[in-house]
Design a protein around this ligand. Sequence first.
Ligand code: CUO
Length: 681
Amino acid sequence: MNIEQQQLLYLFELPQEPLNRPRGKGSVLFVLENDDTPPLVTTRIAGSPSIKLQVPERNDVALQDLGTATSIPIGSAFSFFLASHRRAAKDLCDVFMKTSGAKDLMEVAARVHGHVNESLFIYAISFVILRKKELQSVRLPSFVEVFPSRFVPQETLAKAQIRINRMDPNQREPVIVEHGLEFSGTHLKPEHRLSYWREDYGLSVHHWHWHLIYPVGMGVDRDRKGELFYYMHQQLIARYDLERLSLGLPRVEKLDNWRVPIEDGYFPKLTISNTGRAWGTRQDNTLPKDFRRREIGEFVDITDLEIWRSRLLDAIHQGFMVDRKGNKVPIRDDVTSGQRGIDILAEALEADEDLSINYPFYGSLHNFGHDILAFSHDPDNAHKEEMGVIGDVGISVKDPAFYRLHKLVDDLFQEYKLTQPPYSEEELSLPGITIEKAGVVRDNEADVLHTGWRKREFEASRGIEFSGMPVILRLTHIDHKPFDYRLQVNNNHRGTKVVTVRIFLAPKFNGQEQEMDFMEQRILWCEMDKFTYDLKPGKNHIVRSSKESSITNLEELTFGDIEGSGPGNSSEQLAINFCGCGWPQHMLLPRGRPEGMVFQLFFMLTDYDQDKVLNSGQTRRCANGVSFCGIQDAKYPDARPMGFPFDRRPAPVLSEMSDYARLGNTYLHDVTIKFLGEKLN
Ligand code: CUO
């Protein structure tokens, strides 16, 4: 572990415990000069710390300099969907951003630790590490280990503590806590059959990390940020629908009527920031109400959401938005300079108050949508209840209502996309290049893929103090057997041709078991991979591993991995420039069915000369998840609209998938996905 990493890693450990408690399994101690917090009296941790991190008094870090950062109570929820909380985050990040180097940041952060909300603290320090060039080598430990209480019910964690209290004090064997498969409910309600997916640890971590890189209201204006908000969430909804169809459930329905009760409740049974404070719950058939939280300083009416949606639809159908000065700004995706229409629309819809073309007029439909749902059980604080998880940027994906809200958001984006001109045959084809054959191979078997359950372990005792005893979380999650894509491609040019290979997956049949038409299948195509390839003249055999996917992240790095003592192949992971963003690799495939479910793979080769963007030798910090996360400090690496070629309606001459498949540079192929449950090897 390098020195920068060592200085910052332990700020993530035990976020709610005073900093003068030992960390790193007793090997690390922050020594705060002139600190009056009483030292820890009882502990089972043997030996004395070998690493002492000295924290001098910092007169430049007075609490009054933190602005609104101290306004969020310690132990309560922190929501990036609330403007007042975003301001608090901005104020704290500004203080941290002024530091130079890991030691300086560690000292400042250590002085702030314990004075600000724990979730806000972890957010701000993560935000700064990801943005500072000099901290490039510092890795963030898994969110699961920092906040285990966001993933495992309080009752289960409390039982682990009771076991420890009754154990022989000399025992050093870790206590194992199992969690899954039923997660938050029983199968009595059909929606609970998908709990394993919504409550997957990797999905929450992905969503948390994505919003950390692409935040609103933080002065971050990254290349095509708005478009990526649309695309990443569109793909998330498509993948959710693939999972629903696998289970025989209907596709998710948009939440477009806020005046009727929301059928599905949600009871997370989790606590906030490892404290005893519980997340709010929502009963079945809760009627959304106007949001009136004086203590947070935020108010919004259902009518506001309706007005903003209507204004956004007007803009989409009229082809322009109106800026703060009353000027008409056209929204189109086929522009050669300036912002694409999808970017302008997304910044107004999400909404980023600084980047929205007209925040007072178009409002903040998506953010306040989260808030109204998060507080629907206690909109005016009459019961002093905490927000629901849908208010938390990490674990909002656990709540079924999240998908209904985001289906509404996606519906608006799709409405816009349908106004864009279809791609011509010329834009879709690539003369001289033919895919002869393409498919997948797993364990020497062609075109049959396997999914099932696996288990993954994390150290809960890195986030929660269990009297100094190690506690391991063993989480059950969906996974699949790795496989290879294989393509046989003919290059009829005389020289090498560089192409982009695009691979998508969609179900072949809809909920009524009918073969889907183009428009039904269009928004269900999930990106599986995208990479460049140098085609030599003549025949080419391309083999690509599913593990290399352009959308996925490698496995989560634990504290142990970063320290070099983890069970995984940490050296291999750390050798790669790893930023932790990306769809979880273990969720790359939809579940399929025990008897097998037919999906279609779509392969497409396009001209890299037209796809490439000029990044002028920028160093690539993150090697993974680029399709959903972009590249740090560089432009998004594909000039085409995100989701190409399925982001638009088809041209009349190419109205079915079979028309697409007749282009030489594309290939459509059936594949079966079998769910093996516990038998996945
Ligand atoms: Cu990711 Cu609503 O934007 O949760």
